[in-house]
Design a protein around this ligand. Structure first.
Ligand code: ADP
Length: 258
């Protein structure tokens, strides 16, 4: 539709702009960080100065994380795709989901049978689902249900869902939280768009999810109704190959929450 086209063009333009800025910003941070590291090695640096340097280095690290998320949105993140068995990867995430959602939320795992494999960067997928889980938690302050669902989507179903032709694996993260009014839903993928109080939201969770999925050749669809909940569907292209052996899959990075 016309609205979807306009939205895609807007996201493209924002991606171009933020990608360039984040790249240069990251280079500057590397120079600052490298010199701070060297400063620590120079003789005569006392404890008090060392503490200041460490504080500055922590700031550099936080800035580098923000830049990495922006680069993910702009699709300039180097991805290390491996063929995964989604059932294994998603089951491995259940403990993480439990930890993020806390005791007052129910977690439902609804993984279809014989799920198709997909080629994806496992640590990035982990980060995306972590960020979706954080959003679900924030949308359900009084508890609720988070459902993680996975399905095979054949080309007929893909056509129905208005996706480009082909077979997909769908991963859905759905919550029964507050939901979003249309004017927020419309802007939710934009980098730095957040309705959360300062310090709690960066507005980068959904934008990095968007960039990651697009860069992986997939699609991401956001549905939300106020007072009912939100669903984020990620469509990843089916891989014709068998999943890599467990040992070949790099362990997911521990960072990720923004
Ligand atoms: P952040 O979580 O840091 O605000 P995001 O890009 O992940 O950044 O989300 C942007 C905004 O979209 C949020 O501030 C919130 O208003 C809305 N949002 C995202 N996920 C959900 C959800 N599951 N339920 C309700 N609102 C959401």
């Amino acid at each position: 539709s016309q609205a979807a086209l306009h939205q895609a063009q807007k996201m493209e333009a924002i991606g171009q702009l933020t990608g360039g800025v984040a790249h240069d910003f990251n280079n500057v941070l590397q120079i600052i960080g490298g010199n701070l590291q060297l400063l620590k090695l120079i003789g005569g640096v006392n404890d008090s100065a060392r503490t200041r340097i460490d504080t500055a280095l922590a700031g550099v690290e936080r800035g580098a994380r923000l830049a990495a998320h922006l680069l993910a949105f702009a699709r300039r993140q180097p991805l290390q795709a491996v063929v995964i068995d989604p059932a294994v990867v998603l089951m491995d995430m259940e403990e993480m989901l439990r930890r993020v959602l806390g005791p007052q939320a129910t977690i439902v795992s609804d993984l279809g049978e014989n799920l198709w494999s997909t080629a994806v960067d496992p640590s990035q997928l982990h980060n995306v689902i972590l960020n979706l889980a954080i959003n679900a938690r924030d949308a359900m302050p009084d508890g609720g249900t988070l459902t993680i669902r996975a399905r095979n989507i054949d080309s007929a179903a893909a056509r129905e869902a208005e996706l480009s032709n082909g077979d997909y694996l769908m991963i859905e993260v759905a919550d029964t939280g507050n939901g979003m009014p249309p004017e927020i839903l419309q802007r939710a993928f934009e980098p730095f768009f957040t309705t959360k109080p300062t310090g709690q939201g960066t507005g980068l969770g959904l934008s990095m999810a968007y960039g990651f999925v697009k860069q992986s050749g997939g699609e991401i669809v956001l549905n939300s109704a106020q007072g009912e909940g939100t669903s984020v569907r990620i469509y990843l292209r089916r891989s014709a190959h068998a999943p890599a052996q467990e040992d070949d899959v790099p362990a997911p990075a521990l960072s990720g929450g923004v």
